[in-house]
Design a binder for this molecule. Structure first.
Ligand code: CP
Ligand code: NVA
Length: 311
């Protein structure tokens, strides 16, 4: 599998085999690191980490992964560079492309990361936009694979804000890899029709499925229940409206019990707002897997950089 020179903006751009390759490479790199072996795949490479929005996991994962492989990461926060205010995105992209070998971007508009990729001439990796969060899905799926040994055929239910970056990206990843994916959310928060139509074509090819429901019984038989914050970064003004809309979709023990399966696992991309989308007791009961998932951000992000830029 050769992904050299490719950007990683959304899972839509990758085939199921390419996505599986990245997940398997992450598992390999994780096993290596656990046995004390780090690599030199990014030796001599300089990596820009642009953050318009804050981050704990993504920033730390890119930094540690880069250094583990011998590269140099440079953090560029929102007040450090002129991106999009004093200088056009196209110009900043061309400057960074002359100095750096790869660029990570986290921010608001998905269009910004697309422009960085078009103009910089180096691989660009999406560390979250308003629309997609593709590196998170690799970590989620590595965690599911560690728990179940397989991905295809698993029933994954996402409860909560069904049209945010996480819901969109989980729907793309699940439909590409043959999972049965359900969005449990009020209709006003279901994803855009055009993305649903695209994902339905992926699911047809993979043997997976996508369903939408407002009925809590949709969790019946779920192998995993996933949730995310009700109010994403940049949407703070909508907080009280969202709480009112999403309160019935909180992941609590009653909802977990509705799966009818005591072995159902719970996943969360974090950070979590306990008492909103998830209760503290369910969170703590599933903490080991949730923090495996957080750790897996590092191994999967390492896989993306090694595959697209490494020697
Ligand atoms: N899950 C995730 O992206 O976390 P951060 O916002 O801390 O990077
Ligand atoms: N939907 C969340 C994900 C955080 C990792 C947000 O965009 O804030």
């Amino acid at each position: 599998m050769n992904l050299k020179g490719r950007s990683f903006l959304t899972l839509k751009d990758f085939t199921p085999d390419e996505i599986m390759y990245l997940i398997d490479l992450a598992a390999e790199l994780k096993a290596k690191k656990k046995s004390g072996i780090t690599g030199e795949s990014l030796k001599g490479k300089n990596i820009a980490l642009i953050f318009e929005k804050p981050s704990t996991r993504t920033r730390c994962a890119f930094t540690v992964a880069c250094i583990d492989e011998g590269g140099h990461p440079e953090y560029l926060g929102k007040d450090d560079i002129q991106l999009g205010h004093k200088e056009s995105i196209e110009d900043t992209a061309r400057v960074l492309g002359r100095m750096f070998d790869g660029i990570e971007f986290r921010g608001f508009k998905h269009e910004t990361v697309e422009k960085l990729a078009s103009y910089s001439g180096v691989p660009v990796w999406n560390g979250l936009t308003d629309t997609y969060h593709p590196t998170q899905i690799l970590a989620d799926f590595l965690t599911l694979k560690e728990q179940f040994g397989t991905l295809s055929g698993l029933h994954l239910v996402y409860a909560g804000d069904g049209r945010n970056n996480m819901a969109n990206s989980l729907m793309i990843g699940s439909s590409k890899l043959g999972l049965h994916f359900t969005i449990l959310a009020p209709k006003v928060l279901w994803p855009e029709d055009s993305l649903v139509a695209t994902c339905k074509t992926y699911a047809q090819e993979s043997g997976g499925s996508i369903t939408f429901s407002e009925d809590l019984d949709a969790v019946k038989g779920a192998d995993a229940i996933y949730t995310d914050v009700w109010c994403s970064m940049g949407e703070e003004a909508l907080a009280s409206e969202r709480v009112a809309l999403l309160k019935p979709y909180q992941v609590n023990q009653q909802l977990m019990d509705k799966t009818g399966k005591p072995e159902t696992i719970f996943l969360h991309c974090l950070p979590a707002v306990k008492g909103n989308e998830i209760t503290e007791d369910v969170f703590e009961k599933h903490a080991d897997v949730i923090f495996d998932e957080a750790e897996n951000r590092m191994h999967t992000i390492k896989a993306v950089m090694v595959a697209t830029l490494g020697k």
